[in-house]
Design a protein around this ligand. Structure first.
Ligand code: 15L
Length: 273
């Protein structure tokens, strides 16, 4: 069986994005193995199953991945937290996911985040191969996940696509989101395209809708035949000027995450241009 015709393991299934992806992928006929540490709040689609599991439990992840051709990895800590809380789900958890993928010869689709590059300034237009510049422990775990994908591709041939998601919400809420917004529909269509793509190596793609004010440029999207179809542009009139009073939040692409636990009082000189 090909990667595309085998079962799909979805971690983080009970989260905001996981629930959307579940609905979309099930409607497209994929047989899903759903997992999360929290109970699944919706009806489980026909032909799918849900299994409560902790990403820190490597044996559980290996068992769940059995027979799967794709792992959509949307689980783990999804906001900035102290290092001790990020460590097991996001660092050890990624290792468990990649080891399971290696054993099953499965493809990994990894929900990375703009916080892997969050200390780049908003005035910069970045390509996906830009310098990583995480804005906290959460962003650092996403940078680690992207690099883990690189390493597993070169060392073990594990196919992977990291999507560096901006702000995926029901709708954009502030001026920054006019640049970073990614609609739920675009996330779901991305997951489908990355799952069915016939050839994947180790790719990085910006996770944003088709926003005129995007901070982000070239990436690997054409290689999987995906392009966003939604846009934040229709919110520009109502959100332009909706800012915070905080200088770091307004300077950096990572927005408020750049300010969490920050002890510097000045703005750092840009390291990369
Ligand atoms: C993320 O990575 C978070 O998961 C989400 O809660 C938002 O904060 C988002 O980034 C963002 O940067 O807007």
């Amino acid at each position: 069986m090909t990667t595309q015709s085998r079962k799909v393991l979805l971690t983080g299934a009970s989260g905001a994005l996981g629930r959307q992806i579940t609905r979309h992928m099930a409607a497209k006929g994929f047989q899903l193995v759903l997992t999360d540490i929290a109970p699944f709040p919706d009806e489980i689609p026909p032909g799918c199953s849900f299994h409560k599991a902790d990403l820190a439990d490597g044996m559980a992840i290996l068992r769940l991945a059995e027979g799967c051709g794709t792992i959509l990895h949307f689980g783990g800590c999804s906001v900035e937290r102290p290092f001790s809380e990020v460590l097991m789900p996001n660092i050890a958890g990624l290792y468990h996911i990649y080891e399971a993928a290696r054993r099953e010869k499965a493809r990994v689709i990894f929900a990375s985040s703009n916080h892997a590059i969050g200390f780049h300034e908003r005035s910069e237009k970045l390509d996906a191969d830009c310098q990583m510049l995480p804005d906290g422990y959460y962003g650092l775990s996403k940078a680690y996940g992207e690099l883990m994908g690189r390493m597993y591709w070169y060392k073990h041939g594990v196919e992977n696509v990291s999507i560096r998601i901006g702000s995926s919400l029901p709708e954009p809420r502030n001026e920054r989101a006019l640049s970073t917004y990614m609609s739920f529909g675009d996330v779901c269509r991305f997951c489908e395209a990355a799952t069915v793509a016939s050839h994947v190596e180790s790719y990085t793609i910006w996770g944003a809708s088709n926003n005129a004010r995007s901070y982000w440029g070239a990436d690997d999207r054409e290689k999987i035949g995906w392009a966003p179809t939604d846009s934040a542009d229709g919110y520009a009139a109502q959100l332009t000027g909706v800012k915070t009073q905080d200088i770091a939040t307004e300077t950096y692409q990572g927005g408020p995450y750049a300010d969490i636990d920050r002890t510097r009082t000045d703005i750092a000189k840009p390291l990369f241009k």
